[in-house]
Design a protein around this ligand. Sequence first.
Ligand SMILES: O=C(O)C[C@H](O)C(=O)O
Ligand code: SF4
Length: 515
Amino acid sequence: MDHFQKSIYDLIVETSTNLPADVRKAIHAAQEHEDKGTRSALALSTIAENIQMAESSVSPICQDTGMPTFMIRCPVGVNQIAMKKKILEAVTQATKDSKLRMNSVDSLTGDNQGNVGPGMPVINFEQWERDNIEVRLILKGGGCENKNIQYSLPADLEGLGKAGRDLDGIRKCIMHAVYQAQGQGCGAGFIGVGIGGDRASGYELAKKQLFRAVDDINPNTELRELEEYVMENANKLGIGTMGFGGKVSLLGCKIGAANRLPASFFVSVSYSCWAFRRQGVTLNAGTGKIEGWIYKSGTGISMKDITAEGASGKPGDQMESRREIFLNTPISEDQIRQLKVGDVVVINGLIHTGRDALHKYLMDHDCPVDLNGAVIYHSGPVMSKDADGAWSVRAAGPTTSIRTEPYQGDIIRKFGIRAVIGKGGMGQKTLAALKEYGAVYLNAIGGAAQYYAKCFKKVTGVHFMEFGIPEAMWHLQTEGFTAIVTMDSRGNSLHADVEHDSLEKLIKLKEPFFK
Ligand SMILES: O=C(O)C[C@H](O)C(=O)O
Ligand code: SF4
């Protein structure tokens, strides 16, 4: 097993940097299906470009490299304790090499320990009666994980009413799961559904479904029909890529069932973002060398041939309303008040990152830098330091903004911030603050970590390293950072509109389908 550690390292790098063929094809099909010129089409072409960039620079597709979860099947007699040690070493090396972000946070102290610590990574072993070893890996990020949902039937669901303990009740849960995710889990996403089990095994079953190939066919007829129904009808909800509104809201749906206790009936949904990073290898049990890859590689499957303009379909009406506006930081209130939802903004100048820990801190402390007219970027980047001690940005897409909702409005007021960049949108409290103090919310494309990293030309400084690399406040000299205004200072929110419209569409699916 001399090669085992190296094989695991190669598996991690491939999973983090190169989306497999089946996932690429699903994204490509979404590009073809989406109306050209729409915000969703624009987002999809950024996603496609990011996939190519990550592959060619062998860098993380998304900065959140997720909870590394290994599913291993091995012959009787293979030393699992030794394998586990090698896996931890491979994960540590991949973190050092910026293929994985520092992503393992002590839940009590907040200390970021890399990617190894209690409960992390997740390693599941199973024995089988074959001669070789199979290792599958999924890197599922925190934002989409937060959109997982578990239902206990019978239930009363928003928009859909009563959901009973039958196939139609399950149908309603799944449709609701897609609706409640909106764009916050970097949709259009893939869902794994687990019917039955207990609370823990139900979620496990749901996550396991994500290991199925996107284009496989469920051998169970009822479940196959349910998967087909979900794919067709979830894409009628109008949520679109990143929740921008559009024709494609779901890229894949895989459903499995297990037995349950008489008293319990759980439907568990595991939501994966478009950056659906999973791969697998078979290994020689003697040498640990890779014999083959389980999912067809994405290499050679070009994402480039469809651009936002070149996609087929009718031009969307959103196209006419798009303006492109260049802004240099610091930004004045006057400039901000002229922006409206749908505008594309290109930012040059200094941008500051800040996410969960910083927002909490700023509520009752001063900021070490002047934030008057500033742009705050909700992002937790992958960073690396060269031999001379200079930092550079290796991956830096946006993080889910709604987590800072309790703080954002107060911080805008306190420091005079003019723009907040993130993804998934924010709530009523922030919307009110944007209006009152003159600021905007800009939606960047979630997961496009390579696409945005190239805009950060220089790291001019950092504060709060004690929060850990992703949570620190990085000061970044920026050129050409493009994002879409989705909440303006006039009280408009694209997110509120899409949520409202998709609820109306969800209500249309209330009548029983599986009788
Ligand atoms: O932690 C991050 O960088 C992003 C996270 O996965 C999110 O989607 O919010
Ligand atoms: S930022 Fe988006 S693409 Fe990245 S892990 Fe989070 S949900 Fe997935």
